[in-house]
Design a protein around this ligand. Sequence first.
Ligand SMILES: [Zn+2]
Length: 95
Amino acid sequence: MLHRVTRRTPGFHAWQDPHWLVHCHDVAAFIGEISYSELAAHPEALNQLRQDLRIDGRHDAAQLEQFLAHLGEGATAVLFRCTDCDTHLTYADAS
Ligand SMILES: [Zn+2]
């Protein structure tokens, strides 16, 4: 899934990919896979990911931070940037 996304240039089919992040009513620009330290350089993306993971059921703060700290090892964070407002967006891919 992830590899298919990374090798593809944004196009019509990207709209149908649930992992292609959208911001400001438009598809965000794909930047790449990042580790926790790289993600920490984009606090707005990090906070957004924390919220998403809590919504996903990671209610234990310690476990959540543990998961985030190990991004880039098992799970990966994928970074996007909104082409309209430059906000960074991310999701975690655990596969
Ligand atoms: Zn935006």
